[in-house]
Design a protein around this ligand. Structure first.
Ligand code: PEP
Length: 256
């Protein structure tokens, strides 16, 4: 039995418009505002952060961004800085595998983003995970340890820090990991956090699972002792499905 409050985050990726983002925020406010035993975070695309911030103000739903640059300001066309986000959201996803795959993100650039975001009081959702080839080659643990050590180099985390274990082969594929795989990987990550920062902080740190989570499989993940919630992509775009996921995460562990 752990005492960590589960955290379920919706990664809308590059989806929604002004109209559908507003509708989704309103629908979620209606359906999950009163689910208090889970922390809920909505991560829309940058142009809809202010809208989400306004629509969810005064509710228990929090807003997160999907990325952030490390510089504060300057000639960086198209980038968004930590101080720009700090008034609009509490969380920021950093190191998502789609950023690593399509936009050249490395452990080093992830580390720079984490440092810059935390310096402005943003809470990171720090994403790590192995590819299918790495798992096949038996390299999962080595890759996760490298990502944790590289991403967190020189960083003092606090108990608000969130990690998302997201096996790349499970993201957007409809092929989730098993609960056991998620539990094993998250256990490894937590032990590494303990060796870097001590057992107390490791026990307080929420580590989510992400990768094809939906209303039908969330119970399998939440039943595992190490899994502290989910980072949800595709299934977070449907208010009823995301609501079902949040409600499942709210049930005490061991009650399926
Ligand atoms: C994600 O975007 O972090 C994710 C896990 O996506 P999906 O749920 O669609 O696999």
């Amino acid at each position: 039995m752990n005492h960590r409050t589960p955290i379920v985050a919706a990664n809308w990726k590059m989806h929604t418009t002004v109209r559908t983002a507003a509708e989704l925020c309103r629908a979620l406010r209606e359906s999950i505002d009163n689910v208090k035993s889970v922390e809920k975070v909505v991560c829309p695309p940058f142009p809809f952060l202010a809208l989400a911030h306004q629509t969810l103000a005064g509710s228990s739903l929090k807003v997160g961004a999907q990325n952030v640059f490390w510089e504060e300001k300057g000639a960086f066309t198209g980038e968004v800085s930590p101080p720009m986000l700090a008034d609009l959201c509490e969380y920021v996803i950093i190191g998502h595998s789609e950023r690593r795959k399509y936009f050249g993100e490395t452990d080093e650039t992830v580390n720079r983003r984490l440092k810059a975001a935390m310096a402005k009081g943003l809470r990171p959702i720090f994403c790590i995970g192995e590819t299918g080839d790495e798992r096949q080659a038996g390299r999962t643990n080595e890759v996760l340890l490298r990502q944790v050590r590289g991403g967190l180099a020189g960083i003092e985390i606090t108990s608000g820090f969130v990690v998302a274990y997201e096996p790349v082969w499970a993201i957007g594929t409809g092929v989730p990991a098993t609960g056991e795989m998620a539990n094993d990987a998250i256990g490894l990550i937590r032990r590494e956090v303990a060796s870097l920062y001590g057992g107390e902080l490791a026990q307080a740190t929420r580590i989510q699972y992400g990768g094809s989570v939906d209303g039908a499989n969330i119970d399998e993940f939440m039943a595992e002792p190490e899994v502290d919630g989910a980072l949800v992509g595709g299934a977070s775009l449907k208010a009823d499905v995301f609501t079902a996921i949040v409600e499942a995460a709210a049930r005490p562990k061991g009650v399926g």
